[in-house]
Ligand binder design. Structure first.
Ligand code: AMO
Length: 438
């Protein structure tokens, strides 16, 4: 007999099926034993005889039984398979758990603190609500790829070990590389620009590494960076529009493919409007001052509080959960960002905020070799270390730009998670590599 997946049982009413999965929940009712069996497609209720009460929760088992329609009043609308149940004829235990679970996986909500949940990742990953997070994340990454391929972008693999610090700053992990010093890549920035200079439109899905100096609810040290770069732009707004259409496509796909997961989290997707509101940094600061009386106009960037403030102002005024902020002080951003020709103190870099958190950075880049070299010198970049990058620009690069989304940030904001660690299977931070560091 071939295996039937849990989700496919719904269409097998009256038939005998072979199911394989884990015993997620067990309830003894005298002569009857109820179990919920979980496989990769979901959970299903199975009704068996008294002997089944010997089953240990989380054991992987095989069941042969008949699919039956549940009586109307027993239908469970919370379950995808809530209209049916399996009348168990026989079962076989495939492995017996060696230890008692560190926490109960049987409830709809996992009732454990985040550190415990992360310390026991192999266990918490079995919980349907935890699995839902990563199903949504997989759709985010897939649809990022799909959208860009549909728009003529070419996927490349960026290196994770580098000799250069692309984004500047001290937030890098040094690795001893034979008898030399190297770094884990902070961003594929320089590589995506090199590849763009040959392939025109490129993207990559890469791990990037940031030695974040503090522990926050939205920073990780290892991040899935969704990067794209495009040549022959008319202005930075072409880049913005591409990013805007991309994130809207991602939301559409989540809506199509993850209705059940969104329901589990009781959340609605971020609201978007046809033209995503776009403000310069100065305009955003002025708005915060005018609406909330907060003196943020002299700041060189939006701090987390200002990010939340501008998002709630925009939400109230336009209904949009997304807002682009552009035009940051040139000196405060990496050397490759394009200064506004009319006012070179500010650049054509941008961020996309969603519900108070930054999802993306990007913008137009300097494509002229001479101007790039001026910035390289002014920013004190080590030319020897970015030789390859500079070479690309020596031989002619058209106006260009790009962006990067953090996959975990999107997941977190879509599902309303309070801590980005929940949106990462194996989060790394100052205090954790799989387990809390001693
Ligand atoms: P930036 O440094 O802003 O830009 O990173 C891009 C996006 O990556 C995510 N992100 C993070 N997520 C979690 N933890 C972190 N420590 C973290 N750091 C970044 C955010 C952020 O918006 N080279 C530019 C991109 C570009 O211009 O193309 C860059 O790396 O969602």
């Amino acid at each position: 007999m071939n295996r039937t997946l849990v989700i496919d049982s719904i269409s097998q009413i009256g038939k005998e099926v072979l199911l394989k999965g884990w015993v997620d929940i067990k309830r003894d009712h005298g002569k009857l034993t109820f179990i919920e069996l979980r496989d990769r497609t979901g959970r299903i209720q199975c009704v068996g005889f008294e002997k089944m009460s010997e089953l240990v929760v989380q054991s992987p088992i095989e069941i042969i039984g008949t699919v039956k329609l549940r009586p109307e009043r027993m239908v469970n609308p919370e379950m995808l398979t809530g209209t049916v149940e399996i009348d168990v004829k026989e079962y076989k235990v495939l492995a017996v758990p060696a230890e008692v679970l560190p926490f109960d996986l049987g409830k709809a909500e996992l009732d454990v603190e985040l550190p415990t949940l992360l310390d026991h990742r192999p266990v918490s990953l079995r919980h349907p609500k935890v699995q839902a997070i990563f199903k949504v994340q997989a759709v985010i990454i897939d649809s990022f790829r799909e959208f860009l391929k549909q728009n003529g972008f070419f996927e490349f693999q960026a290196p994770s070990i580098t000799g250069a610090i692309a984004e500047g700053g001290a937030e890098v992990f040094e690795v001893s590389y034979y008898d030399k010093k190297a770094y884990l890549t902070q961003s594929p920035q320089l590589y995506k620009q090199i590849v763009m200079s040959a392939f025109e439109r490129v993207f990559s899905v890469n791990k990037v590494f940031r030695a974040e100096p503090s522990v926050t609810t939205r920073h990780l040290t290892e991040v899935v960076s969704l990067d794209a770069e495009m040549a022959f732009i008319k202005s930075w707004e072409d880049v913005k529009d591409m990013a805007d259409n991309l994130i809207k496509y991602v939301f559409e796909q989540i809506e199509k493919q993850c209705a059940h997961e969104l329901k589990m989290f009781d959340v609605k997707l971020p609201q978007t409007i046809e033209e995503t509101p776009t403000l310069s940094l100065t305009e955003a600061q002025e708005m915060i001052f005018q609406k909330l009386g907060k003196g943020v106009r002299e700041n060189k960037d939006l701090n987390p509080e200002s990010e939340r403030d501008i998002c709630s102002i925009i939400k109230e005024e336009t209904g949009s959960d997304l807002v682009f902020i552009y035009g940051y002080p040139t000196k405060k951003k990496p050397f490759y960002v394009y200064p506004n020709p009319k006012n070179p103190e500010f650049n054509e870099g941008m961020d996309l905020l969603c519900r108070g958190v930054e999802l993306l950075s990007g913008g137009r880049r300097i494509n002229d070799y001479k101007q790039l070299m001026e910035h390289v010198k002014e920013w004190g970049m080590d030319q020897e270390k970015i030789k390859g990058f500079l070479e690309a620009f020596k031989y002619g690069v058209p106006p260009e730009g790009g962006f990067a989304f953090g996959a975990e940030r999107i997941t977190m904001q879509v599902l309303g998670l309070k801590n980005i660690r929940e949106a990462t299977m194996f989060p790394r931070d100052m205090e954790r590599i799989d387990y809390q560091l001693p």
